[in-house]
Write a protein that binds this ligand. Structure first.
Ligand code: HEC
Length: 395
Protein backbone atom coordinates (compact mmCIF):
# COMPACT_ATOMS: atom_id res chain seq x y z
CA UNK A 1 0.00 0.00 0.00
CA UNK A 2 1.21 3.53 -0.77
CA UNK A 3 2.68 4.88 2.53
CA UNK A 4 0.78 8.19 2.30
CA UNK A 5 -2.52 6.40 1.74
CA UNK A 6 -1.74 3.97 4.56
CA UNK A 7 -0.94 6.76 7.00
CA UNK A 8 -4.13 8.69 6.15
CA UNK A 9 -6.35 5.61 6.34
CA UNK A 10 -4.86 4.63 9.68
CA UNK A 11 -5.40 8.16 10.98
CA UNK A 12 -9.04 8.30 9.89
CA UNK A 13 -9.96 4.80 11.10
CA UNK A 14 -8.14 5.18 14.41
CA UNK A 15 -9.68 8.57 15.11
CA UNK A 16 -13.21 7.32 14.48
CA UNK A 17 -12.49 4.04 16.28
CA UNK A 18 -11.48 5.82 19.47
CA UNK A 19 -14.44 8.22 19.39
CA UNK A 20 -16.97 5.45 18.71
CA UNK A 21 -15.32 3.28 21.36
CA UNK A 22 -15.57 6.06 23.94
CA UNK A 23 -19.25 6.51 23.09
CA UNK A 24 -19.98 2.78 23.27
CA UNK A 25 -18.10 2.00 26.48
CA UNK A 26 -19.05 5.33 28.03
CA UNK A 27 -22.71 4.65 27.33
CA UNK A 28 -22.43 1.15 28.69
CA UNK A 29 -20.79 2.34 31.92
CA UNK A 30 -23.38 5.09 32.37
CA UNK A 31 -26.33 2.73 31.81
CA UNK A 32 -24.86 0.24 34.22
CA UNK A 33 -24.46 2.93 36.79
CA UNK A 34 -28.01 4.21 36.28
CA UNK A 35 -29.47 0.71 36.59
CA UNK A 36 -27.70 0.16 39.89
CA UNK A 37 -28.76 3.52 41.32
CA UNK A 38 -32.46 3.53 40.41
CA UNK A 39 -34.79 4.15 43.32
CA UNK A 40 -38.22 2.48 43.64
CA UNK A 41 -40.89 4.38 41.74
CA UNK A 42 -44.69 4.28 41.68
CA UNK A 43 -46.33 0.85 41.01
CA UNK A 44 -45.97 -0.35 37.41
CA UNK A 45 -42.59 1.36 37.04
CA UNK A 46 -39.23 -0.33 37.58
CA UNK A 47 -37.50 2.67 39.09
CA UNK A 48 -36.51 6.28 38.68
CA UNK A 49 -33.57 8.57 39.22
CA UNK A 50 -32.71 12.26 39.31
CA UNK A 51 -29.50 13.45 37.65
CA UNK A 52 -27.62 16.73 37.55
CA UNK A 53 -25.67 17.67 34.44
CA UNK A 54 -24.50 20.82 32.68
CA UNK A 55 -26.71 23.30 34.48
CA UNK A 56 -29.98 21.39 34.73
CA UNK A 57 -31.84 18.60 36.53
CA UNK A 58 -32.85 15.51 34.57
CA UNK A 59 -35.39 12.87 35.58
CA UNK A 60 -35.32 9.38 34.11
CA UNK A 61 -37.70 6.51 34.72
CA UNK A 62 -37.55 2.81 33.83
CA UNK A 63 -40.51 0.65 32.83
CA UNK A 64 -41.24 -2.43 30.76
CA UNK A 65 -44.67 -1.39 29.46
CA UNK A 66 -43.69 0.95 26.66
CA UNK A 67 -42.96 4.57 25.76
CA UNK A 68 -44.93 7.62 24.70
CA UNK A 69 -45.62 6.58 21.11
CA UNK A 70 -46.05 10.17 19.99
CA UNK A 71 -42.34 10.73 20.69
CA UNK A 72 -39.22 9.26 19.06
CA UNK A 73 -37.61 6.28 20.82
CA UNK A 74 -33.80 6.41 20.81
CA UNK A 75 -31.76 3.24 20.30
CA UNK A 76 -28.07 2.81 20.95
CA UNK A 77 -26.33 0.50 18.54
CA UNK A 78 -24.24 2.42 16.02
CA UNK A 79 -21.51 3.18 18.55
CA UNK A 80 -20.90 -0.56 18.83
CA UNK A 81 -21.07 -1.24 15.10
CA UNK A 82 -18.88 1.76 14.21
CA UNK A 83 -16.28 0.70 16.77
CA UNK A 84 -16.17 -2.81 15.33
CA UNK A 85 -16.13 -1.75 11.68
CA UNK A 86 -13.33 0.79 12.12
CA UNK A 87 -11.46 -1.73 14.29
CA UNK A 88 -11.65 -4.32 11.52
CA UNK A 89 -10.47 -1.70 9.01
CA UNK A 90 -7.52 -0.86 11.29
CA UNK A 91 -6.53 -4.51 11.53
CA UNK A 92 -6.36 -4.62 7.74
CA UNK A 93 -4.43 -1.37 7.36
CA UNK A 94 -1.98 -1.85 10.23
CA UNK A 95 -1.49 -5.62 10.41
CA UNK A 96 -2.66 -7.35 7.23
CA UNK A 97 -1.58 -4.92 4.51
CA UNK A 98 2.00 -4.37 5.74
CA UNK A 99 3.46 -7.58 4.36
CA UNK A 100 3.37 -9.31 7.76
CA UNK A 101 5.82 -6.76 9.21
CA UNK A 102 3.92 -6.39 12.49
CA UNK A 103 2.22 -9.78 12.38
CA UNK A 104 5.04 -12.26 12.03
CA UNK A 105 8.01 -12.71 14.35
CA UNK A 106 10.45 -15.24 12.91
CA UNK A 107 11.84 -15.80 16.42
CA UNK A 108 8.36 -17.00 17.46
CA UNK A 109 7.41 -18.90 14.33
CA UNK A 110 8.32 -18.65 10.68
CA UNK A 111 4.97 -18.00 9.00
CA UNK A 112 4.44 -16.48 5.59
CA UNK A 113 2.40 -13.24 5.67
CA UNK A 114 -0.51 -15.17 4.16
CA UNK A 115 -0.39 -17.86 6.84
CA UNK A 116 -0.17 -15.24 9.56
CA UNK A 117 -3.22 -13.38 8.23
CA UNK A 118 -5.02 -16.74 8.16
CA UNK A 119 -4.12 -17.46 11.80
CA UNK A 120 -5.09 -13.92 12.85
CA UNK A 121 -8.46 -13.70 11.13
CA UNK A 122 -9.19 -17.39 11.72
CA UNK A 123 -8.76 -16.99 15.46
CA UNK A 124 -11.19 -14.08 15.60
CA UNK A 125 -13.85 -15.67 13.40
CA UNK A 126 -13.43 -19.09 15.02
CA UNK A 127 -13.67 -17.68 18.55
CA UNK A 128 -16.77 -15.71 17.65
CA UNK A 129 -18.53 -18.74 16.12
CA UNK A 130 -17.65 -20.96 19.08
CA UNK A 131 -18.84 -18.33 21.54
CA UNK A 132 -21.98 -17.38 19.68
CA UNK A 133 -23.13 -20.93 19.04
CA UNK A 134 -22.07 -22.81 22.18
CA UNK A 135 -19.73 -21.22 24.68
CA UNK A 136 -21.64 -18.02 25.46
CA UNK A 137 -24.67 -19.91 26.71
CA UNK A 138 -22.55 -22.51 28.51
CA UNK A 139 -20.57 -19.83 30.33
CA UNK A 140 -23.77 -18.11 31.50
CA UNK A 141 -25.22 -21.43 32.74
CA UNK A 142 -22.13 -22.15 34.80
CA UNK A 143 -22.70 -19.12 37.02
CA UNK A 144 -19.55 -18.16 38.93
CA UNK A 145 -17.56 -20.98 37.40
CA UNK A 146 -18.41 -19.48 34.03
CA UNK A 147 -16.11 -16.58 34.86
CA UNK A 148 -13.27 -19.02 35.55
CA UNK A 149 -14.01 -20.96 32.36
CA UNK A 150 -14.17 -17.75 30.29
CA UNK A 151 -10.84 -16.59 31.68
CA UNK A 152 -9.23 -19.98 31.03
CA UNK A 153 -10.42 -19.85 27.39
CA UNK A 154 -8.98 -16.36 26.91
CA UNK A 155 -5.69 -17.51 28.42
CA UNK A 156 -5.65 -20.53 26.09
CA UNK A 157 -6.15 -18.34 23.01
CA UNK A 158 -3.48 -15.95 24.30
CA UNK A 159 -1.02 -18.81 24.75
CA UNK A 160 -1.73 -20.09 21.26
CA UNK A 161 -1.48 -16.72 19.52
CA UNK A 162 1.69 -15.63 21.35
CA UNK A 163 3.29 -18.82 20.04
CA UNK A 164 2.22 -18.17 16.45
CA UNK A 165 2.28 -14.39 15.89
CA UNK A 166 4.47 -11.52 17.06
CA UNK A 167 3.77 -10.61 20.69
CA UNK A 168 2.36 -7.28 19.68
CA UNK A 169 -0.04 -8.79 17.14
CA UNK A 170 -1.05 -11.56 19.57
CA UNK A 171 -2.05 -9.05 22.27
CA UNK A 172 -3.99 -6.96 19.81
CA UNK A 173 -5.75 -9.96 18.33
CA UNK A 174 -6.92 -11.24 21.70
CA UNK A 175 -8.35 -7.73 22.21
CA UNK A 176 -9.94 -7.77 18.76
CA UNK A 177 -11.41 -11.19 19.51
CA UNK A 178 -13.04 -9.96 22.73
CA UNK A 179 -14.23 -6.79 20.97
CA UNK A 180 -15.78 -8.95 18.25
CA UNK A 181 -17.62 -11.06 20.83
CA UNK A 182 -18.94 -7.85 22.38
CA UNK A 183 -20.12 -6.33 19.09
CA UNK A 184 -21.53 -9.72 18.10
CA UNK A 185 -23.53 -9.80 21.34
CA UNK A 186 -25.02 -6.42 20.50
CA UNK A 187 -25.86 -7.46 16.94
CA UNK A 188 -27.06 -11.03 17.48
CA UNK A 189 -28.64 -10.99 20.94
CA UNK A 190 -29.11 -7.57 22.51
CA UNK A 191 -30.64 -5.74 19.51
CA UNK A 192 -33.03 -8.61 18.61
CA UNK A 193 -34.26 -8.70 22.22
CA UNK A 194 -34.97 -4.99 22.06
CA UNK A 195 -36.95 -5.47 18.86
CA UNK A 196 -39.07 -8.06 20.68
CA UNK A 197 -39.61 -5.58 23.52
CA UNK A 198 -40.65 -2.77 21.16
CA UNK A 199 -42.96 -5.03 19.14
CA UNK A 200 -44.69 -6.24 22.34
CA UNK A 201 -45.12 -2.66 23.56
CA UNK A 202 -46.64 -1.71 20.21
CA UNK A 203 -49.15 -4.54 20.55
CA UNK A 204 -49.80 -3.54 24.16
CA UNK A 205 -48.74 -7.00 25.36
CA UNK A 206 -46.24 -8.10 27.99
CA UNK A 207 -42.99 -9.02 26.25
CA UNK A 208 -41.69 -12.61 26.14
CA UNK A 209 -39.08 -12.62 28.97
CA UNK A 210 -36.74 -15.18 27.31
CA UNK A 211 -34.98 -12.85 24.81
CA UNK A 212 -34.52 -10.21 27.51
CA UNK A 213 -32.96 -12.77 29.80
CA UNK A 214 -30.50 -13.84 27.09
CA UNK A 215 -29.71 -10.20 26.33
CA UNK A 216 -29.03 -9.56 30.02
CA UNK A 217 -26.62 -12.51 30.16
CA UNK A 218 -24.69 -11.25 27.15
CA UNK A 219 -24.64 -7.74 28.46
CA UNK A 220 -23.05 -9.06 31.66
CA UNK A 221 -20.37 -10.73 29.51
CA UNK A 222 -19.80 -7.46 27.65
CA UNK A 223 -19.55 -5.61 30.92
CA UNK A 224 -16.67 -7.82 32.10
CA UNK A 225 -14.91 -7.65 28.74
CA UNK A 226 -14.77 -3.83 28.53
CA UNK A 227 -11.71 -3.15 30.72
CA UNK A 228 -9.67 -6.10 29.38
CA UNK A 229 -10.40 -5.02 25.78
CA UNK A 230 -9.28 -1.47 26.44
CA UNK A 231 -5.96 -2.46 27.99
CA UNK A 232 -5.27 -4.88 25.14
CA UNK A 233 -6.03 -2.16 22.60
CA UNK A 234 -3.40 0.01 24.30
CA UNK A 235 -0.89 -2.82 24.61
CA UNK A 236 1.16 -1.90 21.54
CA UNK A 237 2.68 0.88 23.67
CA UNK A 238 4.18 -1.70 26.02
CA UNK A 239 6.91 -3.70 24.25
CA UNK A 240 8.32 -4.86 27.61
CA UNK A 241 5.07 -6.76 28.14
CA UNK A 242 4.25 -8.08 24.68
CA UNK A 243 7.92 -8.73 23.90
CA UNK A 244 8.52 -10.75 27.09
CA UNK A 245 9.05 -14.49 26.82
CA UNK A 246 6.13 -14.98 29.22
CA UNK A 247 3.98 -12.45 27.35
CA UNK A 248 0.87 -14.69 27.52
CA UNK A 249 1.11 -14.59 31.30
CA UNK A 250 1.22 -10.78 31.26
CA UNK A 251 -1.82 -10.81 29.02
CA UNK A 252 -3.59 -13.04 31.54
CA UNK A 253 -2.70 -10.73 34.41
CA UNK A 254 -4.04 -7.70 32.51
CA UNK A 255 -7.30 -9.43 31.59
CA UNK A 256 -7.81 -10.72 35.11
CA UNK A 257 -7.06 -7.31 36.63
CA UNK A 258 -9.41 -5.55 34.22
CA UNK A 259 -12.29 -7.94 34.87
CA UNK A 260 -11.72 -7.87 38.64
CA UNK A 261 -11.72 -4.08 38.76
CA UNK A 262 -14.90 -4.06 36.68
CA UNK A 263 -16.48 -6.53 39.11
CA UNK A 264 -15.57 -4.45 42.16
CA UNK A 265 -16.99 -1.34 40.51
CA UNK A 266 -20.16 -3.31 39.70
CA UNK A 267 -20.75 -4.53 43.24
CA UNK A 268 -19.58 -1.40 45.02
CA UNK A 269 -23.12 -0.24 45.70
CA UNK A 270 -23.83 -3.35 47.75
CA UNK A 271 -20.37 -4.39 48.90
CA UNK A 272 -19.27 -2.26 51.84
CA UNK A 273 -15.51 -2.69 51.65
CA UNK A 274 -14.98 -2.14 47.96
CA UNK A 275 -12.20 0.42 48.32
CA UNK A 276 -9.79 -1.92 50.12
CA UNK A 277 -10.71 -4.62 47.58
CA UNK A 278 -9.83 -2.23 44.75
CA UNK A 279 -6.57 -1.22 46.41
CA UNK A 280 -5.66 -4.89 46.97
CA UNK A 281 -6.35 -5.67 43.29
CA UNK A 282 -4.12 -2.81 42.15
CA UNK A 283 -1.36 -3.78 44.56
CA UNK A 284 -1.42 -7.47 43.58
CA UNK A 285 -1.49 -6.70 39.86
CA UNK A 286 1.28 -4.12 39.94
CA UNK A 287 3.34 -6.36 42.23
CA UNK A 288 2.97 -9.31 39.88
CA UNK A 289 3.88 -7.19 36.83
CA UNK A 290 6.92 -5.79 38.61
CA UNK A 291 8.16 -9.18 39.82
CA UNK A 292 7.90 -10.63 36.33
CA UNK A 293 9.42 -7.61 34.60
CA UNK A 294 12.35 -6.79 36.82
CA UNK A 295 15.00 -9.08 35.42
CA UNK A 296 17.75 -9.48 37.95
CA UNK A 297 21.28 -10.56 36.99
CA UNK A 298 19.91 -12.77 34.20
CA UNK A 299 19.35 -9.72 31.97
CA UNK A 300 20.95 -9.92 28.54
CA UNK A 301 22.53 -6.48 28.83
CA UNK A 302 24.02 -7.26 32.24
CA UNK A 303 25.52 -10.46 30.89
CA UNK A 304 27.03 -8.49 28.04
CA UNK A 305 28.89 -6.09 30.34
CA UNK A 306 31.71 -8.54 30.89
CA UNK A 307 32.17 -9.35 27.19
CA UNK A 308 34.83 -7.87 24.93
CA UNK A 309 34.72 -4.15 24.27
CA UNK A 310 32.22 -2.84 21.71
CA UNK A 311 32.85 0.58 20.19
CA UNK A 312 30.40 3.22 19.00
CA UNK A 313 31.61 2.60 15.45
CA UNK A 314 30.53 -1.07 15.73
CA UNK A 315 27.18 -0.24 17.31
CA UNK A 316 26.54 2.50 14.77
CA UNK A 317 27.33 0.13 11.92
CA UNK A 318 24.65 -2.28 13.21
CA UNK A 319 22.14 0.52 13.65
CA UNK A 320 22.75 1.98 10.20
CA UNK A 321 22.46 -1.43 8.59
CA UNK A 322 19.53 -2.88 10.56
CA UNK A 323 17.57 0.09 11.91
CA UNK A 324 18.10 3.25 9.85
CA UNK A 325 16.39 1.59 6.89
CA UNK A 326 13.19 2.67 8.67
CA UNK A 327 14.45 4.99 11.42
CA UNK A 328 15.51 7.91 9.29
CA UNK A 329 14.06 11.21 8.13
CA UNK A 330 14.30 9.72 4.61
CA UNK A 331 13.90 5.98 5.11
CA UNK A 332 14.70 3.42 2.42
CA UNK A 333 11.86 1.21 3.72
CA UNK A 334 8.74 3.35 3.67
CA UNK A 335 6.35 0.72 5.07
CA UNK A 336 5.86 2.78 8.23
CA UNK A 337 6.53 6.28 6.88
CA UNK A 338 9.43 8.51 7.97
CA UNK A 339 11.02 7.94 11.40
CA UNK A 340 8.48 5.46 12.83
CA UNK A 341 7.59 6.01 16.47
CA UNK A 342 9.18 9.47 16.14
CA UNK A 343 12.64 7.83 16.12
CA UNK A 344 15.43 8.58 13.61
CA UNK A 345 19.00 7.27 13.85
CA UNK A 346 20.57 9.61 11.27
CA UNK A 347 23.09 11.23 13.64
CA UNK A 348 25.16 10.02 16.63
CA UNK A 349 23.20 12.43 18.87
CA UNK A 350 19.93 10.81 17.85
CA UNK A 351 21.34 7.40 18.68
CA UNK A 352 22.83 8.48 22.02
CA UNK A 353 19.54 10.08 23.04
CA UNK A 354 17.74 6.74 22.55
CA UNK A 355 20.19 4.34 24.18
CA UNK A 356 17.74 3.08 26.80
CA UNK A 357 15.00 2.40 24.24
CA UNK A 358 17.49 0.73 21.87
CA UNK A 359 18.43 -1.56 24.77
CA UNK A 360 14.80 -2.41 25.49
CA UNK A 361 13.64 -2.88 21.91
CA UNK A 362 16.67 -4.41 20.17
CA UNK A 363 18.49 -6.22 23.00
CA UNK A 364 16.12 -7.17 25.84
CA UNK A 365 12.78 -7.79 24.14
CA UNK A 366 13.97 -8.18 20.53
CA UNK A 367 10.80 -6.42 19.37
CA UNK A 368 12.83 -4.30 16.88
CA UNK A 369 13.11 -4.54 13.94
CA UNK A 370 9.47 -5.59 13.53
CA UNK A 371 9.29 -9.14 12.16
CA UNK A 372 13.09 -8.88 12.03
CA UNK A 373 12.56 -7.32 8.65
CA UNK A 374 16.23 -6.40 8.27
CA UNK A 375 17.57 -9.77 9.45
CA UNK A 376 19.53 -8.54 12.45
CA UNK A 377 21.63 -11.41 13.86
CA UNK A 378 21.96 -12.44 17.53
CA UNK A 379 25.63 -11.39 17.34
CA UNK A 380 24.63 -7.90 16.22
CA UNK A 381 22.15 -7.63 19.07
CA UNK A 382 24.97 -8.70 21.38
CA UNK A 383 27.20 -5.92 20.00
CA UNK A 384 24.49 -3.36 20.83
CA UNK A 385 24.06 -4.95 24.26
CA UNK A 386 27.78 -4.81 25.06
CA UNK A 387 28.15 -1.25 23.82
CA UNK A 388 25.25 -0.12 26.01
CA UNK A 389 26.33 -2.18 29.04
CA UNK A 390 29.80 -0.69 28.82
CA UNK A 391 28.43 2.83 29.11
CA UNK A 392 27.24 3.65 25.57
CA UNK A 393 30.20 5.91 24.95
CA UNK A 394 30.71 7.85 21.75
CA UNK A 395 34.08 6.37 20.84
C1 HEC B 1 10.93 -2.20 9.21
C2 HEC B 1 11.03 -0.93 9.86
C3 HEC B 1 11.77 -0.85 11.18
C4 HEC B 1 13.07 -1.24 11.44
C5 HEC B 1 14.06 -1.89 10.49
C6 HEC B 1 13.31 -0.89 12.82
N1 HEC B 1 12.22 -0.31 13.37
FE1 HEC B 1 12.06 0.51 15.22
N2 HEC B 1 10.14 1.08 14.85
C7 HEC B 1 9.42 0.74 13.74
C8 HEC B 1 8.03 1.07 13.94
C9 HEC B 1 6.90 0.82 12.98
C10 HEC B 1 7.93 1.65 15.22
C11 HEC B 1 6.67 2.18 15.94
C12 HEC B 1 5.89 1.05 16.57
C13 HEC B 1 6.49 0.48 17.82
O1 HEC B 1 6.97 1.23 18.70
O2 HEC B 1 6.49 -0.76 17.94
C14 HEC B 1 9.27 1.67 15.76
C15 HEC B 1 9.60 2.19 16.96
C16 HEC B 1 10.87 2.16 17.51
C17 HEC B 1 11.25 2.85 18.72
C18 HEC B 1 10.37 3.84 19.49
C19 HEC B 1 9.41 3.19 20.41
C20 HEC B 1 10.03 2.83 21.72
O3 HEC B 1 9.74 1.70 22.19
O4 HEC B 1 10.79 3.61 22.30
C21 HEC B 1 12.57 2.54 18.94
C22 HEC B 1 13.44 3.03 20.08
C23 HEC B 1 13.00 1.65 17.88
N3 HEC B 1 11.95 1.45 17.02
C24 HEC B 1 14.27 1.11 17.78
C25 HEC B 1 14.70 0.34 16.70
C26 HEC B 1 16.02 -0.25 16.61
C27 HEC B 1 17.12 -0.13 17.66
C28 HEC B 1 16.09 -0.88 15.41
C29 HEC B 1 17.25 -1.68 14.85
C30 HEC B 1 17.77 -2.74 15.65
C31 HEC B 1 14.81 -0.69 14.75
N4 HEC B 1 14.02 0.03 15.57
C32 HEC B 1 14.52 -1.14 13.48
C33 HEC B 1 9.93 0.20 12.57
C34 HEC B 1 11.24 -0.27 12.41
Amino acid sequence: MNPAVREILELVFRWIHVIAGIMWIGNSLLWNWIDRNLLPAEPGKEGEIWLLHSGAFYRMEKNLAGWDRARPLHWFKWQAYTTWLTGAALLVVVYYASGGALLVDPAVRELTPGQAVGVATGSIVGAWLAYDLVLGRAISRMGRMGAVAGFALVLGVAYGLTHLLSGRAAFLHVGAMLGTLMAGNVYRVIMPSQRVLVAAAERGERPDPAPSKRAKERSVHNNYMTFPVIVLMLSSHFPDLYGHRLNWLFLGILVLAGATVRHILNVRFTLGRWKPALAATFATTLGALFLLLARPAGSRTAAARAGERATFAQANAVIQKRCAVCHSASPADRTFGAAPGGVAFDTPEQILARVERIRVRAVETATMPPANKTFITPEERAVLGRWIAQGARRE
